[in-house]
Design a protein around this ligand. Structure first.
Ligand SMILES: [Fe+2]
Ligand SMILES: [Fe+2]
Length: 133
């Protein structure tokens, strides 16, 4: 398992404050998911699990929209390629099934957490930095 704790530090900064703040918020949601996994969803209701996934979906949509507007101005040639990467991420996030999440929340949250550890880190550090730095 890729070990990344969603702790923010300056090495993750893309150099644009607003984008950094949004990435921090994504980390915060990822940490909430990690917390639920850590306690094996003990005392966590299915509504809470559905809610955290909804938040991840909503915030990701908002962040990608915002970031793409920014890239359109800074590096329009790279926009299409970057949009494709966002689309892939969004599709995976949308593919986590709410019914399965209700039945076996811990199992699905582990999957989501692992996916976020790989994707968020790699995308921000490699792809976003390519545009903003
Ligand atoms: Fe981003
Ligand atoms: Fe991005």
């Amino acid at each position: 398992m890729f070990d990344f704790k969603f702790d923010w530090d300056e090495s993750i900064s893309v150099g644009v404050e607003e984008i950094d703040e949004q990435h921090k918020e994504l980390f915060k949601i990822a940490r909430d998911i990690e917390q639920m996994v850590l306690i094996r969803c003990y005392g966590i209701t299915s509504e809470m699990v559905i809610q955290v996934l909804a938040k991840l979906r909503e915030y990701t949509t908002y962040h990608f929209y915002f970031e793409e507007l920014f890239i359109r101005q800074m590096d329009p040639q790279y926009l299409k390629e970057h949009q494709e990467k966002h689309k892939k991420f969004r599709n995976i996030i949308l593919s986590f099934n709410n019914d399965k999440l209700k039945k076996s929340p811990n199992e699905v949250l582990v999957e989501i957490g692992d996916f976020l550890k790989r994707w968020l880190f790699e995308h921000i550090v490699i792809e976003d930095k390519k545009v903003f730095k």
